[in-house]
Each structure stands twice: as C-alpha cells, then as structure tokens.
Design a protein around this ligand. Structure first.
Ligand SMILES: NC(=O)c1ccc[n+]([C@@H]2O[C@H](COP(=O)([O-])OP(=O)(O)OC[C@H]3O[C@@H](n4cnc5c(N)ncnc54)[C@H](OP(=O)(O)O)[C@@H]3O)[C@@H](O)[C@H]2O)c1
Length: 352
C-alpha cells in the first residue's frame, strides 16, 4: 500500500516521500481501515517540522489527526462495528498516551473506540474533517469557556475552518461574535456567514474596535489561534476578569526565531484586570477524557453536522502522489479550501 512518510524532521517537501508498506493487521479491539480521504492540517506540518506538542519517532507516516474510511477487517473478537461500514477515525494522539498511526496512507489500524460511523448523506470531504475542527469549536465554545446565550465572544482567524464553525455554532446558541481577520477581502464573507462584527487588523485597531462594539460592559471571553501580538491584543481588549483560550499560534508558523514564538502580554492588564490566558489542546483533551466522553462529544458533533447546524467547508482533493503541490497549497495565504488527500474507492455508494 502507498504511504506518505516523513524520513526525518524537516521542511515537509524536503523530507516527505511516497513509500510502499505492508497492510497492517488489526489486533483485538482494533479495526483495519481503508482510508478514503484525510486532510492536511497545519498541525500535521508542525509535526513534520518538529514543532508540535508531541514528536513521533521518525520515519513516520504523516497525518496525525483524522480521516474517513471503510472498515476492511476487525481484530479477533471485536464487535459493534461492521465490515464495509464507513467511519470517521479520530486519530488524534492522546497526550499523555500512545501514539496512533498516521492517516496519510491507504490502510491504517485504529482502536474501535476512536471510530464513529457516518451517515450516507455526509460527504467524504465533510466526514474526514469532523473529528478535529468541529470538535474543537464545540469544546472551546460550549465547554472550555461555557459562553452563554447573549454573551460576546471574540475570536481571531475567523476565516479559518474552526473560525467559521464557531460562527455557525454561536449563531445556533445565541452567542454574539466579534471576528478578527487579517484581510479586508475576508470581511464580507464572514458577515455573510453570520459573524455579528468583524475587525480587520489590516487597517483597524483591535483594542479600539472591541471597545466601540461592546461598550462599557466589554467582552469577557475570547478564543485565539493567532498568538503573537494579535493574541496579546485580544487579551488586552477583554474586560477585567476576562479569559482567553489560546488554541493555535498561526502567527508563528514557519518562524524559527524563538522571540517570534511568544505572546507579548501586557503585565499591567493581566495583573490589575485579573485576566486569564490559558491554552487548549485537543490532544490533551483526548488524553484526559474517557472513551465514552470522546464518543459522546464526537456524536454531538456528528449530529450538529448532519442536522445542518455546522457546515464544514468543502476540501480540495489531491491524490497522494501530488503531495508537493498539496502542501504548497496548504501554506499559501488565502488558499481557502482545506487540502485533502483522497484515495480511490470502488464502493462509493455511501456518499452523496
Ligand atoms: N489546539 C487545538 O487542539 C487545535 C485544534 C484544531 C485547530 N487548531 C488550530 O487552529 C488554527 C486554525 O486551524 P484551521 O484548520 O481552522 O485553519 P485553516 O482552515 O487552515 O485556516 C487558516 C486561517 O488562518 C488564517 N491565518 C493564517 N496565518 C495567519 C496569521 N499570521 N494571522 C492571522 N490569520 C492567519 C488564514 O487567513 P487567510 O485566509 O488570510 O490566509 C486562514 O483564515 C490552527 O492554528 C490550528 O493548528 C488547534
């Protein structure tokens, strides 16, 4: 079978290569999955560059987050799932916990408690992106920050996949969003999606605009995936006692200068206004949640997606052989669609 393997830590297009590997055999409690589609997330490229929160042993099959595929075989005595069934694989490695198989390959073995059957009408493109970004949006908004109906929520990189899902979820829950983007050309799209307010850092002052929008009561909750000076400004823009959950560091992408990998907080604002700046990482959530909690949360996300509350933007398919092009596309500013590696499937009647 074909697998896209990183031989060592390095620039993805320098260290990734296509290899032929044997199809693995599932053990008890595991299933063999024939992969249909799997995304290229920014975090996947961080792993290859050796700059993520965990580091696998190299050589390593890339893609550590999620995929959709069909169950090809079950391990001995493994029950509850059917051969041929289409499932989402939440391949996110738990931290602390065992490493899981990479998804950028034709077949992989996964524990059955990380598999979620998907309904016929959900496309492969949506299903293969269900377990990471929609789950992150749900956990951040509804559990980590417990944002209540009527409250304001500030979020950065509002045009990201997570950002768009947060806007939809907030609309469903009656939460009002202040959406920060870096390009003026993204503003209309965010408004059309239902974003209540949009701040464009290209030509607007974030602090002043948050104050204008939210008035004297201010905003107490924020999520940030940009970090750097933008993340610091978000914390400063919050009302006293406010809390920001930092879940990404897009401004640090491709940076090697250690000073660039910081969030330069205002000590006065943090101390005298008793702000909280804390992290969220799905891998650590998977490391602490029980298998039942994980399946409950994934099922909740599946319901939100199948009921049309959350719509996952369609990905852009690439065959595995065109990985160089797919990775360059993933790193192009304003590229829009999420790049997906797709594999041929002769039995695609399940998907619309
Ligand atoms: N902590 C966790 O567990 C967790 C889970 C899921 C996702 N994440 C993180 O969430 C972030 C978003 O992921 P995604 O898959 O939704 O992203 P995505 O769909 O690939 O979108 C990336 C977005 O970020 C914007 N962006 C890129 N660099 C930026 C910068 N320097 N300043 C401001 N905006 C910037 C892009 O804007 P343009 O359109 O202008 O290019 C684009 O809208 C990533 O950092 C990812 O690692 C974290």
């Amino acid at each position: 079978m074909r697998a896209l393997v990183a031989g060592a830590v390095g620039e993805p297009n320098g260290v990734l290569r296509l290899e032929s590997r044997p199809v693995p055999t599932p053990e008890a409690g595991q299933a063999l999955i024939r992969v249909k589609a799997t995304p290229i997330h920014a975090s996947d490229l961080h792993v290859v560059r050796g700059r993520y929160g965990f580091s696998p042993e190299f050589p390593d099959v890339g893609g550590h987050m999620e995929c959709v595929g069909r169950i090809e075989a079950l391990g001995p005595g493994t029950e509850g799932l059917k051969i041929g069934e289409r499932v989402v694989v939440a391949a996110v490695p738990a931290v602390p916990g065992p490493q899981m198989a990479g998804t950028w390959q034709e077949y992989l073995v996964a524990a059955t408690h990380r598999l979620l059957p998907v309904p016929h009408h959900l496309s492969d493109s949506s299903a293969c992106q269900l377990a990471v970004n929609p789950l992150t949006a749900l956990l951040l908004v509804a559990r980590e920050l417990d944002v209540r109906p009527g409250e304001w929520l500030v979020q950065t990189a509002a045009g990201s996949t997570v950002g768009r899902l947060v806007i939809q979820l907030a609309g469903h829950l009656g939460i009002r969003t202040i959406n920060v983007v870096r390009r003026r050309s993204a503003v209309d799209e965010i408004k059309a999606l239902g974003g209540d307010e949009v701040i464009c850092t290209e030509d607007e002052d974030l602090l002043r605009r948050v104050t204008e929008i939210a008035g004297p009561a201010g905003v107490r909750k924020a999520i940030d995936c940009v970090a750097g000076p933008v993340g610091a400004q978000v914390s400063q823009a919050l009302a006293p006692g406010g809390e920001v959950a930092v879940y990404g560091a897009l401004s640090t992408h491709r940076q090697t200068d250690p000073a660039a990998l910081t969030i330069p907080l205002s000590a006065r604002s943090v101390i005298y206004e008793t702000k909280v700046v804390r992290g969220f990482w799905l891998n650590r959530w998977f490391g602490t949640a029980s298998p039942a909690d994980v399946l409950d949360a994934l099922s909740e996300v599946r319901t939100l997606v199948t009921d049309g509350v959350l719509s996952i933007p369609p990905g852009r398919p690439f065959p595995l052989e065109r990985f160089t092009e797919a990775i360059s596309f993933a790193e192009t500013p304003a590229h829009g669609a999420k790049p997906l590696f797709v594999f041929d499937d002769d039995r695609d009647e399940d998907e619309e």
